[in-house]
Design a protein around this ligand. Sequence first.
Ligand code: FES
Length: 144
Amino acid sequence: MALYSDKVMDHFRNPRNVGKIDDADGIGEVGNAVCGDIMKIYIKVENDIITDVKFNTFGCGSAIASSSMATELIKGKPISEAMELTNKAVAEALDGLPAYKMHCSVLAEEAIRAAIKDYYDRYNIPYDKSQFPDPVEEEHPAEE
Ligand code: FES
C-alpha cells in the first residue's frame, strides 16, 4: 500500500489557497518545535463567515497537504464550524495520514484557531478564552 493517499499527493503537488491576504482580518502562525515546520494561515471574515483563506507553509509534504485541505474545509464556512475542525477531520478528508505524520495535521487545526483568535483580538470581539488553550506539546511527537 502506498504510504500516502492520492489525495495527500494531490494536495501536496497542487496545494489550494496558497499565498497571503494583505488585508487579512486574522492571521495565525504556529510551528512545531520538534521538526521546525511553520504554518501561517490568513482569513477574511464577513458577517461571521470565513469568506477567504490562504496559507503559507514552510514544512513537510503532509503539512502542506493538511494546510491545503484545511483551508478548503473552512472556506465559506461560519467561524463556529471552523473552530470545530479537528486535525483528525483534516486527516480523514485526506483519506488518512501515516500515524507518525498525524502531528502535521495538528498544525493546521492550531493555525486556524490562532487566526480566529487573532481576528477576535483585532476587532475586540469577546470570546471564551478556554476555547483557545495553549498548544499541547505531547501532540507533537518527534519524527522517527
Ligand atoms: Fe513537521 Fe510534518 S509538520 S514533519
